[in-house]
Design a protein around this ligand. Structure first.
Ligand code: ADP
Ligand code: TRP
Length: 330
């Protein structure tokens, strides 16, 4: 059976984009996959690049863990861990960084986007080499299937390049070439402003916030200024774009009719989306708050996942160290 692996950074509470794009499809695959062949982790080392408050990273780590479990991840069947608990990955990232061309990394979106917004002097080396650590996350376990959103495709491409470069250099297939797993409809869930929903843009819908905040977020979805009476375009409207990702076919058809007919306002459409979300995710929201109240349980689950992942990582890193004629880890 092929190995599945994915990670979410602990840079905030998982939003609807993370949930529809990655959490739900990964849980479906990981729960069906052979025991201990799926790797689901919280990328807290990657978070250090963006969040400078350590306590915030820790709190976010709990939120990400609670979200995965709320959506039904079977932590017994997979390896569910914090990236920082399996530090073998940082050694592998070093080997990769010694061979990967600097110039190629200057073309990575993560770096290019940041350079547009931030003074070069403030950009860390960690941000620059972000894709290298991500490649190590994947290649350490020889994962073949990597569920991600569209924004991560370039990173997977870099991981593939690194894998084939090393395989050629070593003369055998030490690394499996990973493939991104994307679902076309969900690969870039729009936020309240119609751009890709993202923690950094704060255009998110957070199903794990209180009813009141959730409603506020939904009410902030950008619309045009058409009046209640006018017929509306269900293909371009952002409320409808989100509704279509969650609702049943029957619900979508009914909503489309209301848009086409006119006499249906954006306020009503937002209320319909809010009620749909509350209804659709009521169990997951309850479970999330249960886990957030039981942080020692989350610690226990993540600690035991890390123990299992570490055994695999340790053995694998020793195989890689052999190629450099380094001694095995003690
Ligand atoms: P964010 O971009 O909000 O900071 P992360 O970078 O932690 O979120 O993303 C975690 C995973 O969720 C990645 O695989 C990413 O591609 C995916 N993802 C993030 N935002 C979206 C979105 N709007 N639609 C689909 N997938 C997304
Ligand atoms: N870079 C991913 C993000 O920003 C998180 C991540 C880190 C990841 N390592 C990974 C995703 C390995 C998939 C596989 O969301």
């Amino acid at each position: 059976m092929e190995k599945i692996l994915t990670g979410i950074r602990s840079t905030g509470t998982p939003h609807l984009g993370n949930i529809l794009g990655v959490i739900i499809p990964s849980v479906n695959m990981a729960n069906k996959n052979e025991k201990h062949s799926s790797f689901i982790f919280i990328a807290d080392l990657h978070s250090l690049i963006q969040v400078n408050n350590i306590q915030t990273i820790k709190n976010n780590t709990y939120q990400i863990a609670a979200a995965w479990l709320a959506f039904g991840l079977n932590a017994e069947n997979c390896l569910f861990y914090r990236q920082s608990d399996v530090s073998e990955v940082t050694e592998l990232a070093w080997y990769f960084s010694c061979f990967f061309p600097y110039q190629r990394l200057t073309l990575a979106h993560s770096f290019k986007n940041e350079i547009k917004k931030t003074n070069k002097e403030k950009i860390s080396l960690g941000l620059f080499s972000y894709p290298i650590l991500m490649a190590a996350d994947i290649l350490l376990y020889n994962a073949k299937i990597v569920p991600v959103g569209k924004d991560q495709l370039q990173h997977i491409e870099i991981a593939r390049r690194i894998a084939s470069f090393f395989n050629k250099k070593i003369g055998h297939k030490l690394f499996v070439l990973p493939n991104a797993f994307l679902q076309k409809k969900m690969m870039s869930v729009p936020g309240t402003d119609g751009e890709k929903m993202s923690k950094s843009k704060k255009n998110w819908i957070n199903i794990f916030s209180s009813d009141e905040i959730l409603k506020k977020q939904i009410m902030s979805i950008r619309t045009d200024s058409q009046s209640l009476e006018e017929k509306k375009n269900h293909e371009t409207d952002y409320i409808m774009s989100l509704y279509k990702l969650i609702a049943s076919l029957d619900q979508i058809e009914k909503m489309k009719e209301k848009y086409i007919r006119g006499g249906y306002g954006y306020y009503e459409a937002k209320i319909a989306l809010y009620e749909l979300i509350i209804h659709k995710f009521s169990i997951e929201r309850k479970k999330f708050f249960y886990f957030m109240k039981n942080k020692s349980l989350l610690d226990h689950i993540l600690d035991s996942g890390a123990k299992k992942a570490k055994i695999i990582a340790h053995k694998r890193l020793n195989d890689i160290r052999k190629c450099f004629k380094f001694n095995p880890l003690i």
